[in-house]
Design a protein around this ligand. Structure first.
Ligand SMILES: [Zn+2]
Length: 314
């Protein structure tokens, strides 16, 4: 009997070592697997889920959100997710097609469903494609719901409910994290209200795409913009340039906005012609790879917008 003992020990040791060197796939999926399509969905999910989940951003950082097409790897990731957090709407039509082809075991959460959706608006002076102009397919909803910090709180609360359903053991942790995060969002909202309440003017000019309709509606601002929020073509046309330059002069606007990953052409032309400033207003649609690595979130980006807005309304 005694001579078998070392062999038994050796075997146990071997099993233990192998177990360490090659963790079983199940060990990695102890955490809730969340796949998020756009950056705000990703950020809200990780703020609330914390250590209990692995959150993956599907649309690569630094890329153009509207021309995204999933790779074979993305399809697998979506199939394996416990919870899919997405925006919903026209620019995620690819996702609807994909989900139809997969069995629907996972839970799908749409940010667009959490708020009162606003229809896309073609504002006076806006340069739109023919498609955008005839609106043949009926009214389209503006998808950039997260740009209002009040909406962001609604989205986070609804997402928390969904997380609690998916992983009831984590309920206390999710609710605590959500309360803390929503308190910061409420402070952000308050900061925007301070800026807009005390402002000398109420009109903002986006010499760029305009993905922040929910934001301006929230704070009662008026706007002019060069292109619709999801416009593909952002080459400045003479008529659009002239219209916006007139508005800057008429209302003595001190600064026009451009958005992240813009070619900034329209903003450059207007700033040069009128002598106004050009400032970044980050729509939080997507972030750069560096920003993602550094853990930059919606809150930091929006706090930058508080400063820009103050200057533009001054
Ligand atoms: Zn968009």
């Amino acid at each position: 009997m005694k001579r078998f003992l070392p062999l038994f020990l050796l075997l146990s040791l071997c099993v233990a070592l192998c177990g360490c060197a090659e963790p079983a796939p199940e060990a990695a999926s102890d955490k809730v697997q969340i796949v998020a399509t756009v950056f705000p969905a990703y950020d809200f999910a990780r703020q609330i889920a914390g250590e209990r989940a692995e959150v993956m951003l599907l649309i690569p950082p630094g890329t153009e959100v509207h021309s995204f097409e999933p790779t074979a790897r993305d399809v697998t990731r979506i199939a394996n997710a416990d919870l899919l957090v997405c925006n919903g709407g026209e620019s995620e039509a690819w996702l609807e097609e994909l989900l139809e082809g997969q069995d629907g075991a996972r839970s799908v959460f749409y940010m667009l469903d959490c708020v009162d959706a606003l229809e896309e608006e073609l504002k006076e002076g806006m340069q739109a494609s023919e498609e955008e102009e005839d609106g043949e397919e009926g009214p389209e909803y503006d998808e950039h719901v997260w740009t209002s910090p009040v909406n962001a709180q609604r989205i986070c609360r609804a997402l928390t409910d969904r997380l609690c359903e998916a992983d009831s053991d984590g309920e206390e942790s999710y609710r605590t994290a959500c309360d803390e995060y929503c308190a910061q969002l409420a402070q952000l909202d308050e900061a925007f209200r301070e800026v807009t309440d005390g402002a000398a003017r109420r009109t903002v000019i986006f010499a760029d795409r305009f993905p922040v309709r929910y934001f301006v509606e929230e704070y009662g601002l008026d706007y002019y913009a060069a292109f619709p929020g999801c416009a593909e073509d952002t080459e400045p046309a003479a008529g659009t340039v002239a219209f916006l330059i007139d508005k800057v002069r008429e209302e003595q606007i001190p600064a026009v906005f451009y958005i992240e990953f813009s070619n900034e052409k329209m903003a450059d032309i207007i700033a040069e012609d009128t002598g106004c400033e050009k400032l970044l207003f980050h729509s939080c649609h997507n972030v750069s790879a560096d920003a993602l690595r550094e853990g930059v979130g919606y809150l930091e980006l929006m706090r930058g917008n508080v400063i820009s807005l103050k200057e533009a309304l001054g």
